[in-house]
Design a protein around this ligand. Structure first.
Ligand code: DGY
Length: 358
């Protein structure tokens, strides 16, 4: 019997793909992938995204691409979403699982961006504490006239307490960096809301205590005791505006807050107010509530260091993220469940639908 050749898979890639992944996709045969790339900066308007998805079988996304009932309205064939990010709050997984006529399998890229993201979080922490951006501007604008004893004094890091919100892979990488800097570490768990194993979590607490002397605490204690706070939790309905006015009232006014997670984990209005009222010493922010909008108060404040959502932006990490997303897509369409499936619970049904489609 001759082996049946599968129909080619129509893929939309939102944003650039490294050459190695382009080559891989273009040379694949069973199935072949028919690739369209839309290289956009900034989110596509919903109607434009919906039109771009029409007739596609698969899409490779990034955090700014909202894939939900509205943007899928014209895309009855779409059945795979490969998110090039670990966070996937832009994907309506519930809708993917319930969607008709067939389900949509989604993957993300956990594990390959922990060090890059923790590096940026620590860079922001140091930049705010040691006023690196102010110092750079000071020198470049010709204000430097010589050594001064009290010039641009900052905050010591070593021996201070860091509170880490969300001790997943990235939070752990951050904790290891903090330990290296001689900091005391406290943390709170946050969950993705997609199943928890309490036993594994307890084991992890023991490991963290043993390896890093880290202590798990409740949110309020973390806010009250921390000299630095770094956010590493996913955005979920549970972490929506996790830090708001009440929480800013608990934070030490000498505290520096770093966010490389998602903007919506913090109530941005409350953060602007806390900054104006001197309830917080400084901010290092890589993410915003409504990207790419940035409150003017942050732009004007010397004690706020900003970055444009570049936590994972190293050559090595972005290549690894693209490779993982493309591999997951190729595996899925070859009938192998990708290890990084977000909604692995639909796999059996998804794969039986694929068999009917080919
Ligand atoms: C993520 O992975 O969720 C980042 O925000 C983008 O790399």
């Amino acid at each position: 019997m001759t082996k049946q050749t599968k129909k080619s898979i129509k893929v939309l890639c939102l944003g650039k793909l490294p050459q190695a992944q382009l080559d891989l996709l273009r040379s694949a045969t069973n199935p072949a992938f028919d690739l369209e790339i839309i290289d956009r900066s900034g989110p596509l308007p919903s109607d434009q995204l919906a039109r771009a998805l029409a007739s596609k079988d698969a899409v490779l996304t990034e955090p700014q691409d909202r894939i939900n009932a509205e943007t899928l309205a014209l895309a009855p064939n779409l059945r795979f979403v490969g998110q090039r990010a670990v966070g996937f709050d832009n994907l309506d997984i519930q809708h993917f699982n319930d969607s008709t006529p067939h389900k949509i399998l989604a993957t993300n890229t956990p594990g390959v961006l922990d060090n890059a993201t923790a590096d940026l979080a620590f860079a922001l922490l140091i930049a705010v504490a040691r006023r690196v951006v102010e110092a750079d501007t000071y020198v470049k604008t010709g204000q430097w006239s010589g050594f001064e004893n009290d010039l641009l004094l900052g905050t010591e890091i070593s021996s201070k307490t860091i509170g880490i919100i969300g001790l997943g892979r990235i939070g752990l990488a951050m904790a290891r960096r903090a330990h290296g800097f001689g900091m005391r570490i406290i943390y709170m768990r946050s969950s993705s809301g997609r199943g928890n194993d309490d036993f594994a979590a307890d084991q992890k607490d023991l490991m963290l205590k043993d390896e890093l002397g880290a202590e798990r605490v409740k949110l309020d204690r973390l806010l009250q005791e921390s000299d630095f706070i770094s956010l590493h939790c996913p955005y979920t309905p549970k972490t929506d505006k996790l830090l708001s006015t009440r929480e800013f009232d608990l934070i030490k006014s000498s505290c520096i807050l770093v966010n490389t997670a998602r903007g919506r984990v913090i109530d941005e209005k409350a953060m602007v107010e806390a900054l104006a009222a001197g309830k917080i010493h400084g901010l290092g922010l890589d993410v915003m509530e409504r990207e790419p909008e940035v409150p003017q108060a942050f732009i004007d404040a010397p004690n706020v260091v900003l970055a444009p959502h570049i936590g994972s932006a190293t050559h090595e990490t972005r290549n690894a993220m693209a490779a993982l997303a493309v591999r997951g897509m190729m595996e899925a369409f070859a009938g192998i469940m990708p290890q990084n499936a977000i909604n692995a619970e639909i796999w059996a049904e998804w794969i039986s639908q694929q068999e009917k489609l080919h």
